[in-house]
Ligand binder design. Structure first.
Ligand code: FE2
Ligand code: FE2
Length: 257
């Protein structure tokens, strides 16, 4: 099966290009499943129920989140009622929503697990032990398993890739908004990339208006970061996975205008 996996969708420019490309690829039968990180979909800050519905209608099968999960106050009720929107599994276990889901596709079930890193990020439960727990109680029985590791440090993502190697179909990083060129199939058959990149305006600082970010860095003063608008790109990967074994057979980095 072929799966499109899309890096952090930022604001209206990101949503627009995601809708165009995901709809086209699905209608053309180029991919069987679409997974996207949507933690910046609402003006860069979280996602609203209406925008999540919009991304599902555009072709997303699963939406993952990250440190911006709770930026929009309406999300807590929605995430309980919409299992295809997942938040990091290693958030406190009492918070709403789930950190994994299994969805049906024409080529069979696909499980997605969302984790968040702990290096240079706010404290959360251990993503490594939580991954073990979800693999044995959550997505057990699934062959095709994808892991979104939402993290700042490249080392933590690489370590997670090697930790889960041979146990899941793919581990991909999100959060930095900068696409890495280290996509590979690890020796035990797991596809890996340290960061998928960003889906939004490239003429920006991580999707935000350049002048606003420069003002913050240069003056140290509080600054409102609006989403930029220029040179919009969709970044991510296309995975080919043998649905009978769960092993990845190819990983291709994409950047589409
Ligand atoms: Fe993030
Ligand atoms: Fe992000």
């Amino acid at each position: 099966m072929k799966i499109l996996v899309v890096g952090d969708i930022v604001g209206s420019p990101g949503r627009t290009i995601f809708a165009r490309i995901a709809t086209r690829m699905k209608q053309a039968g180029e991919v069987d499943c679409v997974v996207a990180n949507a933690e910046n979909a609402a003006g860069g800050r979280g996602i609203t129920p209406a925008l999540a519905d919009e991304l599902f209608a555009a072709g997303a099968d699963v939406l993952t989140m990250g440190d911006h999960t709770w930026d929009q106050k309406d999300l807590a009720d929605y995430i309980i009622s919409e299992p295809r929107l997942i938040r990091p599994a290693n958030f406190p276990s009492v918070c709403p929503g789930k950190g994994f889901v299994t969805v049906e596709t024409d080529k069979g079930p696909v499980s997605v697990i969302n984790l968040i890193g702990r290096v240079f990020m706010p404290p959360n439960d251990c993503p490594f032990r939580k991954a073990d727990a979800v693999l044995s109680h959550g997505v057990e029985g699934s062959k095709v398993i994808l892991v979104d590791m939402h993290a700042e440090a490249t080392s933590e993502n690489i370590a997670m890739g090697r930790y889960l190697e041979g146990r899941v179909s793919a581990v991909f990083g999100t959060h930095t908004h900068v696409q890495t060129s280290d996509e590979t199939i690890l020796p035990k058959g797991t596809a890996y990339i340290t960061d998928l990149g960003m889906t939004g305006p490239k003429d920006s600082v991580l999707g935000r208006d350049v002048e606003a970010v420069l003002h913050k860095f240069v003056t140290g003063m509080p600054t409102r970061f609006d989403v930029a608008s220029g040179d919009v790109r969709l970044e991510g990967i296309i995975l080919e996975i043998d649905e009978n074994t769960g092993k990845a057979t190819s990983i291709t980095r994409i950047r589409e205008a």
